[in-house]
Structures are given as structure tokens and as C-alpha cells.
Design a protein around this ligand. Structure first.
Ligand code: AMP
Length: 462
């Protein structure tokens, strides 16, 4: 049997001791299978989903290949969305802590080019970004990949689904042929094979059986009677399961927006997440959902990638997915980090064949059950306890989380317990506070309690 201790790997000891301080005690299955191969310099194709520890698998690989003294771009990680790229960069930085002066730069679309150009001029060892923006920088000769030793494709299936093929082709053509290529993907559509063949050198394929670890997730399949309105069914499920945070998966952008609008009109605390939204709106939606200011998120599969929320109590599938792998991916959003989760699927009469595919993949037998009683709709709706304040001051203004917490709690009125997640960006910050203290919090910040000056602040509507 393979050892699951990180110390069994031929890794830089500085990286290994840092892993211990991060609380990574042993390798996850995908890490135990892939890391020995990755560290051995092999090209690897790995089937892995979010939550499996895949990021650390490739991040340790690229850090292993890195020569920090050589200040050139040595690794490139390509991700489908900015949210995922941000998370990957965060994880890489965390894992790189054992080695000094490693510079990680994110280059994603949807944000201004200017600061990225400035950062590129300063140089970096590791670039994490989305294909379109990287292509853009390459086309303008702002980015040079001549010294690249590791290329990573994270969530390759989604990148192809999102139409990044031509950007990827250009990027591949500018990577040196002698390099290590690591490809991670939750599913393997036909399109991937020829690409892998073209850009990889004798790759090792890794698939971990536990990828379908759905045991901690309670799956419920609700029979949708003929002509039954799906929105009403969703309302019944929300009423029955009373979750603090739920995600509802829809198939198309229009369906997503329509359902969110419908639920909103019934008084739910709901937001939508799909590709047609501006980046800033997507960011604010994710922030509000993650800090519990919004309790229901309606999302497309693609947009929900990069959603990194540990305590998601409920997943609802508005339709059963045609692809059973996608189904597994969706329900895997709940029951993470050892917690328990519930995944409900609405099954129309014509969707039984899709359920059969899930039964085969997961080796389970599904029994469809009746929807909860309609009387549940008379119950009052649960509202989130938190709300989000946006402050017009961030890293550039040297605003830190401690400053915000201090400003809110000093001189009474608000206790630390009533303050939730605080997130600081370049020029603004978000803080979640309990709704009942929102007015006091707004006043404290507007009246100059933060760093001794007054910042513009507003409560986000949700
Ligand atoms: P990922 O699948 O890369 O999104 O990782 C899921 C989460 O697991 C991240 O929050 C990681 O920080 C964490 N993680 C990754 N590897 C380990 C490990 N070996 N032990 C404990 N936590 C881990």
C-alpha cells in the first residue's frame, strides 16, 4: 500500500514542514496517487473534483520544480474562472510559505489590465490565470514563457466548455516543448483526449475510486407530478429542509435568472450566479452568499465552479443533470470537510433515464419520493441573520480586518460575535454584520471610527 505521509515524498523538506504547520497531516487519495508521479517529473492526467485536494497536488509539483533564484515565469496554471484562479493562487501561496520570496501573480479577465501590466513588469515565478487574459498578455509580448517548466490545466473540462480552446492552443504553442504538463479535470469529455495527446508526453492517468465519495450526502429524488410548477417544488424543498445556505443548480443562464427572479418575488433571500453577470456582480454575489447574508444561490454549473464554501447545507437540482458526473460534482458541493449534506433532485416524468445513469455510476438504487406537503408554503420564510457592508477602502488604503473589527466594536454598540466574515480587496472591503446592528455599524464606519477617518460605506441590497 502507498504511504499517505507527505514525508514519504522526495519533496523539499521546507515544503513538507510547512504542510505540517498548515495541518495537512496526510495525503488525500488524489495526492497519494498523483504526487509520487508528479515529483518524478511525469506528465499526469488526473480525474479530480473540487474538495479532493487536487490544488495541493499540482501546486506541490510546480513548487518542487521551481528555482526561486531564477526570477522568471517557471509555472503557469490555467483555470476556467477568476474565482478558481484566485483560490488556486491562495493555495499556492500558502503551500509556498516554506520557501522565501516566491512571487505568484494572477492574471484573469474581468479586471483592469493596467495593474496586471505593472505586476508583469516586476516579474513573477508562478502565473495563475484564465486563458483569455493570458492569451492577451502573450499576444502583446508582455508575458514570456520561455523559462516555463510546469504547465497545469485545472478543470480542463470547464475550460473547453467555456470556449477557451483557441486561447489554449495559442498558449500551448508558446510553451517550451521540454516541460512537465499536468491536466486535472472532473470529467473527461471526448474533446480532451486529442488535446492531451497533442500537448502531453506519455502521460500517466490517475483516477481515484473515492472520487465518488457521496456517503456523507443524503440524496433525495423527488417525483415531480405532471404539469407541476418547478418553482413551487423548489419552494417546498426550501421550506422542508430549512437550510441556512442552499445552492440550486439550473441548466441555462435564462433558467437561472428566471428562477432567482421568481423566488425573489416570493420574498426569498436569493441571488443568481451565471456567466452573463458582470465580474463585480459575481464577486459581490459570492461574497454575500459565503458570508451568509444571502441564503439561496441559483447557479449554472459553470458559474458555481470556484464556489468554495465549506458549510453548504443543501443542494437542489432543478433538473436532473444529463451527465451523471456533473450530478456527482453538484451534490459534492454539500457534505464537504466531513460535514453532512442533503442533495435534492426534482425528477420529472421524462427524467427517469437520467436517474438511471446516476444509479449506474454510483451503484445505488434510487427510490423517488413525494414532494413535501403544500401546507409548508404557509410557513414564514427564513431570512439570513447577516448583511454585508461595502467599505470604500481596502489594501491600498492600508485597511486591515483588525481595523474594521476594532472600528465596529470599540465604544460598545456591537460585539465581536455580531461581526462575521471580513474580506479586504485592493480598494474596498466587505464586512458581514448581523442585520440588527447594521444601522449602528454603518454609522460607526461613516463617522470616522475606521483608521481615524471617514470611509464611504453602504449596505449591499440582497
Ligand atoms: P481542493 O480540492 O484543491 O479544492 O482542496 C480542498 C481543500 O482541502 C482545500 O481547502 C485545501 O486547503 C485542503 N487540503 C488539501 N490537501 C489537504 C490535506 N492533505 N490535508 C488536509 N487538507 C487538505
Amino acid at each position: 500500500m502507498q504511504s499517505t505521509a507527505f514525508s514519504s515524498l522526495k519533496l523539499n523538506p521546507a515544503l513538507v514542514s510547512n504542510l505540517a504547520t498548515l495541518g495537512y497531516e496526510s495525503m488525500t487519495p488524489i495526492q497519494a496517487e498523483s504526487l509520487p508521479q508528479i515529483i518524478d517529473g511525469k506528465d499526469v492526467i488526473a480525474q479530480a473534483k473540487t474538495g479532493s485536494g487536487k490544488t495541493a497536488a499540482f501546486a506541490l509539483g510546480l513548487l518542487h520544480n521551481l528555482d526561486v533564484k531564477k526570477f522568471r515565469v517557471q509555472s503557469l496554471v490555467l483555470c476556467p474562472t477568476r474565482e478558481l484562479a484566485d483560490q488556486v493562487a491562495k493555495e499556492v501561496r500558502k503551500l509556498a510559505r516554506g520557501i522565501h520570496n516566491i512571487k505568484v501573480l494572477t492574471l484573469c479577465g474581468g479586471v483592469p489590465l493596467g495593474p496586471q501590466i505593472g505586476s508583469l513588469e516586476h516579474g513573477a515565478h508562478i502565473i495563475v490565470g484564465t486563458p483569455g487574459r493570458i492569451e492577451d498578455h502573450l499576444n502583446r509580448n508582455r508575458l514570456n514563457l520561455d523559462n516555463l517548466n510546469t504547465l497545469v490545466l485545472d478543470e480542463a473540462d470547464r475550460m473547453l466548455e467555456m470556449g477557451f480552446q483557441s486561447a489554449l492552443d495559442l498558449i500551448f504553442s508558446l510553451c517550451p516543448p521540454k516541460r512537465q504538463t499536468l491536466l486535472f479535470s472532473a470529467t473527461f469529455p471526448e474533446q480532451i483526449k486529442p488535446i492531451a495527446k497533442r500537448i502531453m508526453n506519455d502521460p500517466v492517468t490517475i483516477e481515484v475510486a473515492e472520487a465518488h465519495n457521496t456517503e456523507t450526502i443524503e440524496q433525495l429524488f423527488y417525483k415531480l407530478p405532471h404539469d407541476y410548477h418547478r418553482t413551487s417544488a423548489v419552494r417546498l424543498l426550501l421550506a422542508q429542509h430549512k437550510a441556512a445556505s442552499s445552492v440550486i443548480f439550473c441548466t441555462t443562464k435564462i433558467e437561472t435568472q428566471d428562477l432567482a427572479d421568481d423566488l425573489h418575488s416570493y420574498g426569498y433571500s436569493v441571488m443568481s450566479l451565471h456567466g452573463d453577470l458582470e465580474q463585480r456582480d459575481r464577486d459581490q454575489t459570492l461574497i454575500q452568499f459565503a458570508n451568509k447574508s444571502v441564503s439561496v444561490l441559483v447557479a449554472t454549473d459553470v458559474a458555481a465552479r470556484g464556489l468554495d464554501i465549506d458549510s453548504l447545507d443543501l443542494v437542489i437540482n432543478y433538473h436532473v443533470s444529463r451527465d451523471p458526473e456533473v450530478h456527482v460534482h453538484r451534490i459534492g458541493r454539500t457534505g464537504r470537510a466531513g460535514g453532512k449534506g442533503v442533495a435534492c433532485s426534482l425528477v420529472g416524468e421524462k427524467e427517469l433515464n437520467k436517474v438511471a445513469r446516476i444509479e449506474t455510476l454510483l451503484n445505488i438504487e434510487v427510490e423517488t419520493i413525494e414532494l413535501p406537503p403544500v401546507a409548508l408554503l404557509d410557513e414564514p420564510l427564513q431570512q439570513p441573520t447577516m448583511t454585508t457592508l461595502q467599505i470604500d477602502g481596502g489594501k491600498k488604503q492600508k485597511v486591515r480586518a483588525g481595523d474594521i473589527l476594532g472600528a465596529l466594536t470599540s465604544q460598545g454598540g456591537i460585539t465581536g460575535k455580531e461581526v462575521g466574515k471580513i474580506q479586504i480587496y485592493d480598494t474596498w472591503a466587505y464586512v458581514a454584520v448581523e442585520r440588527k446592528v447594521a444601522a449602528v455599524a454603518l454609522r460607526k464606519i461613516a463617522e470616522g471610527k475606521l483608521k481615524g477617518r471617514s470611509f464611504r460605506v453602504r449596505q449591499l441590497s440582497s
